[in-house]
Design a protein. Structure first.
Length: 115
């Protein structure tokens, strides 16, 4: 059973920064592709970015240049550094991994950006 536990998030003013972390259970974390999604008032599950097991990264156009994904395989952790936040980034953020046909999600973390 895979568990994803998220920390971070909160309330920040526009232009500010926040960092989210996601710690995964499981012995094969280093071989997993990990993703970040978010749920806004208008989009149920929007892809934010993802990192392959080999370190390849892609981002949604809306966050390119502002968000950075990193991972620490020793700590089974993936992080999302969010800079220059704007109110449109307000959402519940989820980390995700897809394994053997199953989708696993973190519990979700609220990020609120005030104008």
């Amino acid at each position: 059973q895979v568990q994803l536990v998220q920390t971070g998030g909160g309330l920040v003013q526009a232009g500010g920064s926040l960092r989210l972390s996601c710690v995964a259970s499981g012995r094969s974390f280093s071989s997993w592709a990990m993703n970040w999604y978010r749920r806004t008032q208008t989009k149920d599950r929007e892809f934010v970015g993802g990192m392959t097991w080999s370190g390849g990264i892609n981002y949604a156009d809306s966050v390119k240049g502002r968000f950075t994904i990193s991972r620490d395989n020793g700590g089974n952790t993936i992080a999302l550094q969010m800079n220059n936040l704007n109110p449109e980034d307000t959402a519940v953020y989820y980390c995700n991994v897809n394994l053997e046909g199953r989708r696993y999600w973190g519990q979700g973390t609220q990020v609120t950006v005030s104008s």
